[in-house]
Design a protein around this ligand. Structure first.
Ligand code: SF4
Length: 428
């Protein structure tokens, strides 16, 4: 059986899809492009209306280009609107997020999707054998340690599609890290829907800091982690980025000097309307502290433009804060009305052309921040990991650079940053 997994959205979805790939390979299935696959799993996102539309267009295109394909749809859009998704062409099954852990068994035991003849080629069902850097095109492994969210950000639909917070127990995380490291992965990205709430619902209660400390204490573990394994903490809500987290990263041993702290807005009036539990003063002091302690750290963020009620003055506050901030890259999202959120009922919707213009201006500021940071790193030397065919490297502080050919994927190197986009490998 030839399969394809198409993934939209966040790192949590990427981690889920990596799991699907591994399970399918273990069942003896063979990876193929969507146009040639017998089975296509589409893992959707629903954070914006555009994400929903992207999934619909992709499913229609696959059905048109590969009429024999059986399409199984999962993810946040499938969870939010199973009815709508189920009506799309070639969709044979819609599986909610909660059922993702058993998605592959559900598929391979469903006669309507996988006939007996197609089931089990050479694969013996044992996972793990097939896990290696480069699988699904990924050099780093994305490890989901948490899912779900109990926050109530007024624009966000995710709590209703991902459910209540659930964390993977520390021992299980450590066991998975061992498995992944043994498979040769040199970088592991830790991710969750609300990563900062890690462990709060566990009994006994735990915390993200406790997990990070367990990962950092590689030396005292029964199976010491290879020294080259680096952890990257993915998106972390600002209110959860405590001094302990910053300290652990600043130690510089286990965690990449790379933060992603979604700000969303810089006007306290808008932050309150978004129900974000912090102020711009809190955020500014957090990122300034990180910058002071780690001048080389990458500090990314997300912002929303055009939130209901956003005035010119609010927007100017956002643009001017970003301009003078120590941030290094910013993802810009135009506000998207999500049915079922509190924001959707708010008055003062910002006209489309104004939203687009504000988005353009913030992207301009963001481009300037990225250039400024890259320029500031020229001449410095950083640890890096080679990607793809070995001709690019990602540094620990999240700079992607071109390097001379001749290396392979997944090599740990030391690289001198020669220019904004080029690096010189000093040693492997
Ligand atoms: S923290 Fe807020 S933005 Fe993030 S998933 Fe939860 S509700 Fe959505």
């Amino acid at each position: 059986m030839r399969y394809s997994v198409v993934t939209f959205g966040c790192r949590v979805n990427q981690a889920d899809s990596l799991g699907f790939e591994e399970d399918l390979l273990a069942c003896g299935a063979v990876s193929a492009p969507p146009e040639q696959a017998d089975l296509v799993v589409v893992n959707t996102c629903s954070v914006t209306a555009t994400a929903d539309q992207g999934a619909r267009q992709t499913i229609r295109r696959i059905a048109r280009d590969n009429p024999a394909a059986r399409i199984v749809v999962t993810g946040c859009y499938a969870t939010r609107r199973p009815d709508e998704v189920g009506e799309l062409p070639n969709v044979v099954r819609v599986i909610r997020n909660d059922d993702k852990p058993r998605l592959i068994p559900l598929i391979v035991t469903d006669q309507a999707i996988v006939s007996t003849a197609e089931r089990f080629g050479e694969g013996d069902g044992s996972c793990g054998a097939l896990l290696e850097p480069g699988m699904a095109g990924r050099t780093a492994f994305t490890l989901r340690v948490q899912t779900g969210c109990a926050e109530r950000c007024s624009y966000c639909i995710i709590p209703s599609t991902r459910g209540r917070p659930r964390s993977v127990a520390i021992d299980a995380v450590l066991a998975e890290v061992d498995r992944v490291a043994a498979a040769g992965f040199a970088e592991i990205a830790l991710t969750g829907v609300h990563l900062g709430s890690y462990g709060r619902e566990l009994a006994p209660r735990s915390s993200l800091v406790e997990l990070l400390r367990a990962l950092a204490s590689r030396g005292s573990r029964s199976v010491p982690l290879p020294p080259e394994v680096l952890f990257r903490i993915s998106s972390l809500e600002p209110m959860d980025c405590s001094l302990d987290v910053v300290d652990l990263v600043a130690e510089g041993r286990a965690f990449a000097p790379h933060f992603h702290l979604p700000l969303q807005h810089a006007s306290n009036r808008v932050l309150a309307a978004m129900q974000r539990p912090y102020t711009i003063e809190y955020y500014a002091s957090l990122v300034n502290d990180i910058r002071t302690r780690m001048p080389h750290a990458s500090i990314g963020s997300d912002v929303i433009v055009g939130f209901p009620g956003e005035t010119d003055e609010d927007f100017d506050q956002l643009a001017s804060y970003l301009e003078g901030s120590p941030l290094t890259h910013v993802h810009v999202f135009p506000y998207s009305d999500r049915p079922g959120t509190t924001a959707t009922a708010m008055s003062g919707k910002v006209p489309g052309p104004v939203v687009r213009e504000r988005g353009r201006r913030v992207r301009e500021v963001a481009a300037g921040l990225a250039t400024r940071f890259r320029q500031s790193q020229v001449g410095t030397v950083r640890p890096g990991l080679t990607l793809e065919d070995g001709s690019t490297v990602i540094t620990d502080n999240y700079l992607k650079l071109r390097i001379s050919p001749g290396r392979t994927r997944n090599e740990r190197v030391r690289v001198r940053i020669a220019s904004q986009h080029d690096g010189e490998v000093l040693c492997g």
